[in-house]
Write a protein that binds this ligand. Structure first.
Ligand SMILES: [Mg+2]
Length: 217
C-alpha cells in the first residue's frame, strides 16, 4: 500500500490519541531548558491537525498544506513554525500526487529538513528535532516498496529513538538552551523527545514508552 491522504489522516489520529498522555512529560522536559510549554503547544497543534478534514482531497500535497495551516493557526512558537515549514516543503514536493511509494519517504523527509534548517537556522548536530528527523530519514532509507507498514513504523521509531539517546549526553548548541550547556547536557531535547514518543510503536508493551519517559531527568 502506498502513502495516500488516508495515511496522513491515520498518522494524525494516532498522534492525537497519544499526545494527551505525553503533554506533562514534554512540558517537564521543556521546563529544564525553556518555558515548559512544548507539551501543551503540541497538544494544541495536534488537536487542530486532527480537526482538519482531509477527506475532500486525494492530493497529498493539498493535505500537507492544510495540516501546515492548522499548525500555524494554533501556534507561533519556534518548534511549531518549524514543523509547519517542514509540512509546507512536503506539500510543495508532493503537490498533485495521490499516491507515494514508501521508498520516497526518506528523501521527502530530507527535503523537509532542508527547509526547516533554512527557516530555523539550526544545523545538524545542534541537538534539535532536525537531528531526530535526520536519523528517521536514515532509518527509512532501508525501506523498500515491499516493506510492510510495520517495518516502516519500526524503522521510523528506531531512528527517532537512536537520535534521542545519541544526543542526550551532548549539549544543545542553538536557541536559549545553548546559553546553559550544563542544563542541556544529559537532558533530552523536548522536540526530539516528542518525535520519539509519538513514533514509539503503540503495539509494544506499555513499559517501552514508560521506560523512555523515565529517561526524562
Ligand atoms: Mg517552550
Amino acid at each position: 500500500m502506498p502513502i495516500t491522504v488516508q495515511t496522513l489522516s491515520d498518522a494524525v489520529a494516532r498522534s492525537h490519541a497519544r499526545i494527551e498522555r505525553l503533554e506533562d512529560q514534554l512540558n517537564a522536559a521543556d521546563a529544564l531548558l525553556g518555558d515548559g510549554d512544548t507539551g501543551s503547544m503540541l497538544a494544541r497543534v495536534i488537536e487542530k491537525m486532527a480537526a482538519t478534514d482531509l477527506s475532500a482531497t486525494s492530493d497529498i500535497g493539498a493535505a500537507f498544506n492544510a495540516l501546515a495551516r492548522a499548525i500555524m493557526s494554533a501556534t507561533g512558537s519556534s518548534l511549531g513554525t518549524l514543523l509547519a515549514t517542514g509540512l509546507l516543503a512536503l506539500a510543495k514536493a508532493t503537490k498533485g500526487r495521490s499516491e507515494l511509494p514508501w521508498i520516497e519517504l526518506s528523501g521527502l523527509i530530507g527535503q523537509a529538513i532542508e527547509a526547516m534548517r533554512i527557516r530555523g537556522g539550526a544545523s545538524l548536530g545542534d541537538k534539535t528535532i532536525l537531528d531526530a528527523l535526520q536519523s528517521v530519514a536514515q532509518s527509512l532509507a532501508g525501506i523498500t516498496n515491499a516493506s510492510a507498514a510495520a517495518d516502516v513504523a519500526n524503522a521510523a521509531a528506531s531512528g527517532a529513538r537512536a537520535a534521542l539517546e545519541h544526543f542526550k549526553p551532548l549539549p544543545c548548541k542553538i536557541g536559549r538552551a545553548r546559553l546553559f550547556p550544563e542544563k542541556s547536557t544529559g537532558a533530552h531535547d523536548p522536540g526530539m523527545l516528542a518525535l520519539a514518543l509519538l513514533l514509539e510503536r503503540s503495539d509494544l508493551p506499555e513499559s517501552s514508552a514508560a521506560c523512555l519517559l523515565k529517561t526524562v531527568p
